[in-house]
Design a protein around this ligand. Structure first.
Ligand code: SAM
Ligand code: SF4
Length: 317
């Protein structure tokens, strides 16, 4: 369905849980989130029905996210349900990778086409620091599993954080020379939890270009990342710049939170609830959300904070 600004809305980011087994400092409060009553969250049946309703309006690609989607006990069966919906051409999942060794093969069999795995650092101490409790070895095992399960076009995501991982840009980018995967650097967004970082931590994507002058531009794959490649590499480097060069004019996405709120824009708090509705009711809400999608997210910077009104794990990154 085309919105008021001529954008064809084809992509749904679907959060299946607010919970997570890590506590990344830019995403989530240290104490985690209060586990909500089951009755306020979408059931598996409602989730699959919602995606069907969205598909009937032209959604073709779904990315399952969270929180951490792999802590959801019925995640494999949710993915199987979504993969079987007419009109859904691509099913992707974003994860911190920790539970991939247990679930990678089953997710592939259930119909997940592609994985994005978060990895901000290659240093075990820094990994423990940024995730507040994570073990880098677990994430690495998850990435190895993803490669061995035969997932194609695996993408690793690193949030660029000045003074934390800007000294690792070359090492992280170097993974694309050794492994058939893409490495993407994402500007840190001024969401609620990233308040704990000073202004110097918010660095633009151009830092990557400065550090890696040998990068060669690659034709865009239609996504929001600017693509480059290191000479002789097996995968691309993607640069994602929600702050320094926003991509609202090409934004083709909606979000659906785990508690059943459709969000037309990550940085605005407008929500269209669908919990408890039947198929037609959900479809009407998706239509209203597309019609209500704003032209852009408004000014975003260290001082002009996101208007999201929820932490990232409670929206779906
Ligand atoms: N738990 C999964 C993971 O970490 O990949 C999926 C959910 S997480 C919210 C999705 C993505 O959002 C991750 O790549 C994470 O790094 C990113 N993210 C979270 N907070 C962010 C922020 N303030 N700025 C930029 N990216 C952020
Ligand atoms: Fe969890 Fe992902 Fe947020 Fe990290 S970025 S706290 S792994 S939801």
């Amino acid at each position: 369905m085309i919105d008021r600004f001529g954008r064809n809305i084809t992509y749904l980011r679907l959060s299946v849980t607010e919970l997570c087994n890590l506590r990344c400092r830019y995403c989530m409060p240290e104490e985690g989130v209060c586990k909500k009553d089951h009755s306020s969250m979408l059931t598996q049946e409602e989730t699959v029905m919602a995606v069907k309703a969205a598909a009937s309006l032209g959604i073709k690609k779904v990315r399952v996210t969270g929180g951490e989607p792999l802590v959801k006990p019925n995640i494999v069966s949710i993915c199987r349900g979504i993969a079987g919906i007419d009109g859904i051409e691509e099913l992707c999942l974003t994860t911190n990778g920790i539970r991939l060794p247990e679930l990678g093969h089953e997710l592939k069999k259930a119909g997940v086409d592609r994985l994005n795995i978060s990895l901000d650092t290659l240093d075990a101490d820094k990994y423990r620091y940024i995730t507040r409790n994570g073990d880098l070895a677990d994430a690495v095992k998850g990435i190895e599993t993803a490669l061995s399960c035969g997932f194609e076009k695996i993408k690793l995501n690193a949030v660029l954080i000045g003074g934390f991982n800007d000294d690792e840009i070359a090492d992280l980018a170097g993974l694309t020379v050794r492994y058939p995967l893409d490495m993407r650097f994402i500007e840190m967004m001024p969401m609620m939890d990233s308040r704990i970082f000073s202004e110097d931590a918010f660095i633009p994507y151009t830092v990557v270009l400065d550090k890696l002058p040998e990068l060669e531009p690659v034709t865009s794959d239609g996504g929001v990342a600017r693509l480059y490649r290191l000479p002789g590499a097996l995968g691309n480097i993607g640069l994602i710049s929600p702050i320094s060069a926003h991509f609202c004019a090409e934004c083709n996405r909606l979000r659906l939170t785990a508690d059943g709120k459709i969000r037309p824009c990550l940085h605005k708090c407008d929500e269209y609830p669908i919990k408890g509705l039947d198929y037609d009711g959900m479809r009407d809400q998706f239509k209203a959300a597309i019609e209500g999608k704003p032209q852009w997210h408004g000014e975003l910077s260290y001082t002009a904070r996101s208007g999201a009104g929820r932490s990232m794990n409670r929206i779906g990154g």
